[in-house]
Design a binder for this molecule. Structure first.
Ligand code: NAD
Length: 457
């Protein structure tokens, strides 16, 4: 898309937004209902595209991409009237008689930019919130998940008017051409490096941004754990979509006393979960295949290690004999490799984790309540999950987002509606009881003023 075309599209959306149609709750409910129907009736095509792009199993593709989005739509449809109602707040005595409200106002046109790893779910989940809040949307799917991108483009073109919901396909250049003074909000999911570029471009026009960025998520396993359950939850969370998940446990930090007991269980769980390649996602492309392969040279592979470049397959792999300075601990893995380091002091682990950039998630396995509280209270991360891994992201109630290098802002469920709504403060005052002492020339002494403010505010 050229600059002129993106300008025309933005102009159309601006006109539509200014017509006020998206302010109407019935209009939004119709849009969300149509979106639900569109996704339901195209389910097999979506699964097919995800299979072509990433060899996603039906179960993983349905739960994490289609099912999740459908549930978000259902929640938004059910709650929209309640969410969008002006929220009454207290009015201080000084402003009485009067009333105060917070109104939720749509921004205008929201640009939603998504990555390739969950090319359907990570585009549509924010879109649900943006549309529910009454915005127009321009969606830019990842050009790397090419089959899903083409399908999304044609589905939206066939089912919605571009005046309020359009898809633009393309790469970095196309995306940058969309960032101009007519965009009102940018919601970006992707790498930390590109996130910085997005924020830089947005700063020229002072556009508000939500950034959902990279994850380098430690998974700490303490002595006090159920070994089998922990292994199942870690293996599932790590190798879901072949580790190409921002919230995947990136590296395992295992208590040294568990070295001999836990690693064999981890290995046998992997063998049990993935007896063959059929339901295991592929690496998205050769560039990422080579990047992940380069992380396999350091340390000792104790499980997996099979690579098939032609089919973009890397088996679930566990690597030991590395330390905090190893490349695989420094870089985001974003693939089916689980590096393991050992610890004997939790404070040291938390120190080492916080020395790195702030993670999207921290996973801590332990039955020890004091240690659990220590991790929750002493760490800085987007989220913490105790005795679980990617379970938190499946929640529609918990706001999802990062902090520092892992992002800013959050979404999911009500948090999405809030993200895409400007909170407008509204106060209604009466003409009665105009308090003259508030106006110049000021006659009140400071002491009296302090006393009055204590009562009136
Ligand atoms: P990416 O940053 O390369 O690309 C994301 C999107 O940005 C794509 O649509 C791409 O076309 C666009 N883009 C790329 N360069 C651009 C530029 N210079 N200007 C404007 N737009 C540009 O990310 P990716 O490789 O698609 O995804 C993997 C990364 O995303 C990983 O780091 C992963 O952790 C992160 N991620 C984060 C979340 C989250 O919710 N926090 C979810 C999934 C993935």
């Amino acid at each position: 898309m050229h600059q002129i075309e993106s300008d025309i599209l933005l102009q159309k959306q601006k006109g539509f937004f200014e017509s006020g149609k998206t302010r109407n709750i019935s209009f939004r409910l119709d849009v969300l209902t149509n979106l639900y129907k569109m996704i339901e009736s195209n389910e097999s095509k979506i699964l097919d595209a995800l299979k072509k792009d990433l060899n996603k199993s039906t179960t993983e593709a349905y739960t994490s991409e289609i099912g999740y989005v459908l549930k978000e739509i259902q929640i938004a449809i059910k709650q929209l009237k309640k969410w969008s109602k002006p929220q009454r707040v207290k009015t201080a005595l000084i402003n009485q008689p009067g009333s105060s409200f917070i109104h939720h106002i749509p921004y205008g046109t929201v640009l939603v930019i998504s990555p390739w790893n969950y090319p359907f779910g990570l585009l549509f989940t924010p879109i649900v919130g943006a549309l529910a809040a009454g915005n127009c949307v321009i969606a830019k799917p990842s050009e790397i998940a090419v089959n899903t991108s083409h399908l999304i483009y044609s589905m939206i073109k066939d089912n919605f008017h571009e005046e309020y919901f359009a898809v633009v396909e393309g790469d970095a250049e196309v995306t940058q051409s969309l960032i101009n003074d007519k965009i009102d909000y940018i919601f970006f999911t992707g790498s930390t490096n590109v996130g910085k570029k997005i924020m830089k471009s947005a700063s020229i026009f002072l556009l508000p941004v939500t950034l959902e960025l990279g994850g380098k998520n430690p998974c700490i396993v303490d002595k006090e754990v159920n070994l089998e359950v922990s292994a199942r939850r870690i293996v599932w969370g790590k190798f879901f979509n072949a580790g190409q998940t921002c919230v995947a446990p990136d590296y395992l930090v295992l208590h040294k006393d568990l070295k001999d007991s836990f690693l064999p269980i981890l290995k046998s769980t992997i063998d049990e979960f993935y007896p063959d390649r059929d339901n295991f996602s592929h690496i998205i492309n050769t560039k990422h295949f080579d990047r992940i392969s380069a992380l396999m040279v350091e340390g000792k592979i104790i499980s997996g290690g099979i690579k098939d470049k032609e089919n973009l397959y890397i088996s679930p792999t566990v690597i030991t004999d590395i330390d905090w300075n190893s490349k695989i601990i420094q870089e985001e893995v974003f693939g089916p490799l689980l590096p393991v380091i050992f610890y004997d002091n939790l404070d040291d682990v938390l120190f080492n984790c916080s020395k790195k950039s702030k993670p999207l998630c921290i996973y801590f396995f332990s039955d020890d309540k004091l240690q659990q509280e220590k991790v929750i209270n002493q760490s800085i991360s987007g989220s913490v999950c105790i005795n679980g891994t990617i379970h938190t992201i499946m929640s529609h109630e918990l706001p999802f987002g990062g902090v520092g290098a892992s992002g800013m802002g959050n979404y999911h469920g009500k948090a999405s509606f809030d993200t895409f709504s400007q909170k407008k403060s509204v106060m209604k005052k009466s003409f009665l009881f105009d308090q003259k002492f508030a106006y110049p020339p000021y006659k009140t002494t400071l002491n009296l003023l302090k006393k009055a403010l204590k009562i009136l505010n």
